[in-house]
Design a protein around this ligand. Structure first.
Ligand code: HEM
Length: 517
């Protein structure tokens, strides 16, 4: 018995004690940002996971900011990590990419992305490929080439919707189709649909336990990734042949093949690059679409301002939207409309945004760039959705050297997490920060927002190259949704933040077509 006790002391307890003592004396020497490294090995990972399983968007960060301040030390996912919820520090991290900080993903994520993905590239190659991607998704390209397809594919999708949909699923399908068109000029067909099925399995892998032995989801994702890569590499081969015979297409693949002309990317490199672009825009844009609709539904004044069309019952289409504690009938709608109008005018409401755009157009006529530019309130809704519930809550980086921040030292090789959502939800920067209030973004509302405070698309060398594209996709989607349908949530659905920002039930809604309203 004594031998067993001694064995336990020497093999388990003693190393743990040495680890803790060594760790805390090293921390004192280095003057790390305040915080707690938690238990040996697991650190505070379990607290982090259980916190984000609640409805509260930032419980883990809130608690530690209250105790330690806006830059604190913790230990999550196997590594000591410094969290920053300070806009200045976040900006410092973003602006020093490649000099003091570098991006860092676990091997499991790199396997799914592919080693030639833009997200994993570094140095000059990253700069070159980032600017190529930016130039492919900038305003003039969207205006002159992409908008027409965005408008057409969104309409096609919405026209095929039944009376009840899982909005999150539909938004994902739309986003995938748009990306396939933009990257490789494919219209939706059986082939793209079967690719999408494999691709969905790849995406599931990003949110699974990344250990092949334990996680069938991760194993399936790796297999599916191989299938997606095989399918895409056939496309690349075919397009290379076409390109060599002088046939050029104005899509991302065309740009990548052209860049290959000065001795750049292999077929494998191009495939990795395409897969990463599919991944980067997929969950992000589709989740934002779904959440914008959810927040609008729960904010009737904003919904009225964005969509309403005058009809025989006052604000037509609005009559079925829940208001306050109950649902409106047509009779009561007239009454409530008066209150609404008073409130809407007091918020600077002039005329419905999308109804007005539609009124100037023939049936089925596509949106133009000037229409998009006139969607000013929609941009407020998009900003507010990204502020409150961006799927990218922040970014991880690794320090390349010892770094001084606010009088503390972050040791070389440590992880840092610049939390965007923590800043976006801070009352110091946004009044009533946890309330969805799109009017805060209107020019005349007096909202001040320095550039480093609102960073839903990151910044610096890794600024999201799809930021304008995502805004256009979201705006066009909202336009066609609100001008075609009224809707009600089919079930109560909660916003959750783990393993990613999403609604628990994929936001089921019942739809009514406007021409039948
Ligand atoms: C609402 C939608 C979107 C959000 C919120 C979003 C957000 C972000 C953020 C925060 C980053 C920075 C990551 C970092 O610094 O490590 C990023 C990077 C990136 N995004 Fe987006 N994104 C969105 C849509 C898109 C779309 C539609 C595309 C497609 C072109 C895209 C492509 C990328 C790529 C390729 C990167 C990596 C850039 C690099 O590492 O150089 N994103 N995105």
């Amino acid at each position: 018995m004594a031998a067993v006790f001694l064995y336990l002391v020497f093999s388990v307890a003693l190393p743990a004690i040495i680890f803790i003592v060594h760790r805390s004396s090293r921390c004192r020497r280095l003057r790390l940002p305040p915080g707690s490294l938690g238990l040996p090995f697991v650190g505070e990972t379990l607290q982090l996971i259980s916190a984000y399983k609640t409805e509260n968007p930032e419980p883990f960060i809130d608690e530690r900011v209250n105790r330690f301040g806006s830059v604190f030390t913790t230990h999550v996912f196997g590594e000591p990590t410094v969290f920053s919820v300070d806009p200045e520090t976040n900006r410092f991290i973003l602006q020093n990419e490649g000099k003091l900080f570098e991006c860092s993903y676990p091997g499991s994520i790199s396997n799914l992305l592919g080693k030639h993905s833009l997200l994993l590239m570094k140095g000059n190659l990253h700069k070159k490929m980032h600017s190529l991607t930016m130039s492919f998704a900038n305003s003039s390209i969207i205006r002159d080439h992409l908008l027409v397809d965005i408008d057409r594919l969104i309409r096609l999708n919405l026209d095929s919707w039944p009376d009840r949909v899982l909005l999150m699923e539909e938004a994902k399908k739309i986003t995938f189709e748009l990306t396939m068109k933009q990257l490789m000029s494919f219209d939706p067909c059986e082939w793209t649909e079967s690719l999408r099925k494999e691709y969905v399995l790849v995406i599931e892998g990003f949110f699974s336990v990344p250990l092949p032995i334990f996680s069938p989801t991760y194993r399936r994702a790796i297999k599916a990734r191989t299938k997606v890569a095989e399918a895409l590499s056939l496309v690349v081969k075919q397009r290379r042949i076409e390109s060599e015979s002088g046939e050029k297409r104005k899509d991302m693949l065309g740009a990548l093949l052209a860049s290959d002309d000065d001795g750049g990317l292999s077929d494998e490199g191009i495939v990795d690059f395409l897969v990463a672009l599919l991944v980067a825009g997929y969950e992000t844009t589709s989740t934002s679409m779904t959440l914008a609709v959810k927040f609008l539904t729960e904010t009737p004044l904003a919904l009225a301002q964005i969509m309403c069309c005058w009809g025989p019952y006052g604000i037509a289409g609005f009559v079925t939207v829940p208001y306050g504690s109950g649902h409106l009938s047509r009779g009561s709608a007239v009454h409530v409309t008066c209150n609404f109008l008073v409130q809407l005018y007091s918020l600077g409401f002039k005329k419905e945004e999308h109804g007005q755009i539609r009124a100037k157009k023939g049936e089925g006529e596509a949106l133009e760039w000037s229409d998009y530019k006139s969607m000013t309130f929609t941009q407020c809704v998009v900003n507010e959705t990204l502020r409150i519930a961006n799927i990218i809550g922040g970014i991880f980086r690794r320090t390349m050297t010892d770094i001084n921040v606010k009088g503390y030292t972050i040791p070389k090789g440590w992880k840092v997490f610049a939390s965007f959502r923590g800043v976006h939800l801070d009352h110091e920067y946004f009044k009533d920060a946890r309330t969805f209030n799109p009017w805060r973004w209107q020019n005349n509302s007096g909202a001040t927002c320095p550039a480093n405070v609102f960073t839903p698309f990151g910044g610096g060398q890794r600024l999201c190259p799809g930021y304008e594209l995502a805004r256009v996709e979201l705006s066009v989607f909202l336009h066609h949704l609100v001008t075609r349908f009224s809707w009600t949530p089919a079930e109560e659905d909660k916003l959750v933040f783990f393993p990613t920002t999403r609604t628990q039930k994929r936001y089921p809604i019942n739809l009514q077509r406007r021409d039948r309203v």
